[in-house]
Design a protein around this ligand. Structure first.
Ligand code: NAD
Length: 349
C-alpha cells in the first residue's frame, strides 16, 4: 500500500465513525452522488504538480486523475490534456467530458517571474482561479483545492510566527493575486457552499522537480550545485530567513486537508502552514556536514527585495488544531534526504 493510499484509508476509517450526515457529504454513495472521484489537476507539470499528480494517482487510481498544463508532461505518464487556464470554454468541456468531481488548481505564475509581466500574472493567477471557482459552483463539483502562499504577507505583517489572521498587504503582483483569490475562496464557500480548501505553502523543497521561478528557488538549486560543482552563488543575502517545507510534507498536508471532514475545516481563506525556517547561510552549514568542501557566495538580485517583504516564520497552530497537521521534516532530515535522492539521480556513490 502506498504512503498516500494509507492516508486515504486512515481518513476513510475515521469517516466511518463520523455522523451519518457527514458521511453522506464525504463518501461517494449511490444515494448522494453516483459519480466516482475524478480529479483534474491544473498546472500539473510544475514543481508541485508533478509530485502531487503522482501522489493523487497512488491514492485514487491512475485513471482517476487527469493532469493538465500548457506544457507537455515529462515526469508522469497517465491521462493528460493540454489546457490553458484562461480558456474557460475548454475547461468546462474537460470537466464535462471527464466527469470531473474535484479540482486541484495549481496553475500560476510564481513570485519572481510574476514581476516581469504583472498584467499577465494577474490575469493567469487571479482570473484563472476565479473562473475555476465559478465553474466548480456552476457544475456542482465536490471540492476545489487552491494553493495560496506566504507571499500574501507583506512588509506590514508581523514577521515572527505570523498569525493566521493578520495584516495582508503584499507588494508583489503574485501576492496580491493570491490574497484576492483567498478572499474569493471564502466568498464562494460562504455564499454558495462550495467546498474550497486552501493552504499557504511556504517555499517548497523537492528533488523530483525543479522550482518554477519563485523567491525560494535557491533552496532547491543549492543542492544540485553542491553535488555538481561544490559551489553555489546565492541570489539572496546570507541572513535572509524564510519559511520552507520539504515536498513530502507539502503533499501530505494537501492530501490530509482535502480528506478531512468538512466540519473540521474552519478557515476558508487559506490555512497558515509551517515546517521549518532557515537562512541560506544555515542551509549551507547543513550541507557542509555532508559535503565538507562545499562553498557558498552571495550575489543578491531583485529577489532579495521580495524575500525581505515576506515573513520569517509562520504560526500554523490553526491547521494543527483543525485537521491535525504535523510536519515530519526539519532542516537536518530534509538536507539528508535531498542529498541522498539527488546523489542517486546524478549517480554519485
Ligand atoms: P510551477 O511554476 O512549478 O508550476 C506552475 C505550472 O502552471 C507550470 O507547469 C506552468 O506550465 C503552468 N501554467 C502556467 N500558466 C498556465 C496557464 N495559463 N494555463 C495552464 N497552466 C499554466 O509552480 P509550483 O511551484 O508547482 O506551484 C504550484 C502552485 O503552488 C502555484 O499556484 C503556486 O502559487 C503555489 N505555491 C508554490 C510554492 C512553491 O514553493 N513551489 C509556494 C507557495 C505556493
Amino acid at each position: 500500500m502506498t504512503h498516500y493510499r494509507r492516508i486515504l484509508k486512515e481518513h476513510t476509517a475515521y469517516f466511518s465513525f463520523a455522523s451519518a450526515s457527514a458521511l453522506a457529504f464525504f463518501l461517494p454513495s449511490p444515494t448522494v452522488n453516483p459519480r466516482k472521484e475524478m480529479i483534474l489537476v491544473t498546472g500539473a507539470n510544475g514543481q508541485i504538480g508533478t509530485v502531487l499528480t503522482e501522489a493523487l494517482r497512488g491514492a485514487y487510481g491512475q485513471d482517476q486523475v487527469l493532469a493538465t498544463d500548457i506544457k507537455k508532461p515529462e515526469g508522469h505518464t497517465g491521462p493528460f490534456e493540454m489546457l490553458d487556464i484562461l480558456n474557460t470554454q475548454r475547461i468546462a468541456e474537460i470537466v464535462g467530458d471527464y466527469n470531473i468531481t474535484t479540482i486541484y488548481h495549481l496553475a500560476a505564475i510564481l513570485s519572481a517571474n510574476g514581476e516581469w509581466n504583472p498584467q499577465k500574472t494577474w490575469n493567469i493567477n487571479f482570473n484563472g482561479s476565479l473562473s475555476i471557482l465559478e465553474l466548480a459552483r456552476a457544475q456542482g463539483l465536490r471540492k476545489v483545492f487552491f494553493p495560496s502562499t506566504i507571499a500574501v504577507f507583506g512588509p506590514t505583517t508581523p514577521r515572527d510566527l505570523t498569525p493566521q489572521h493578520t495584516v495582508i498587504e503584499p507588494t508583489t503582483v503574485y501576492g496580491i493575486s493570491k490574497a484576492a483569490n483567498e478572499l474569493w475562496c471564502n466568498y464562494y464557500f460562504n455564499r454558495y457552499g462550495l467546498d474550497v480548501r486552501s493552504v499557504r505553502y511556504p517555499g517548497i523543497i523537492s528533488y523530483q522537480s525543479m522550482p518554477g521561478g519563485g523567491t525560494t528557488d535557491y533552496a532547491v538549486d543549492i543542492f544540485h550545485q553542491a553535488l555538481l560543482t561544490g559551489h553555489y552563488t546565492c541570489f539572496l543575502k546570507a541572513n535572509t530567513r524564510l519559511p520552507m517545507m520539504y515536498m513530502d510534507d507539502s503533499i501530505r498536508a494537501t492530501l490530509e486537508l482535502m480528506a478531512a471532514p468538512q466540519e473540521s475545516i474552519k478557515q476558508r481563506t487559506s490555512y497558515n502552514l509551517a515546517a521549518m525556517s532557515f537562512t541560506p547561510a544555515e542551509l549551507a552549514e547543513e550541507i557542509k556536514k555532508h559535503i565538507p568542501g562545499f562553498t557558498i557566495s552571495y550575489e543578491p538580485d531583485h529577489r532579495q527585495e521580495i524575500a525581505e517583504s515576506w515573513t520569517e516564520s509562520i504560526d500554523d497552530h490553526e491547521a494543527r488544531k483543525d485537521w491535525g497537521w504535523k510536519h515530519a521534516y526539519d532542516i537536518e532530515t530534509m538536507t539528508t534526504e535531498m542529498l541522498k535522492q539527488l546523489k542517486l539521480k546524478y549517480n554519485h556513490v
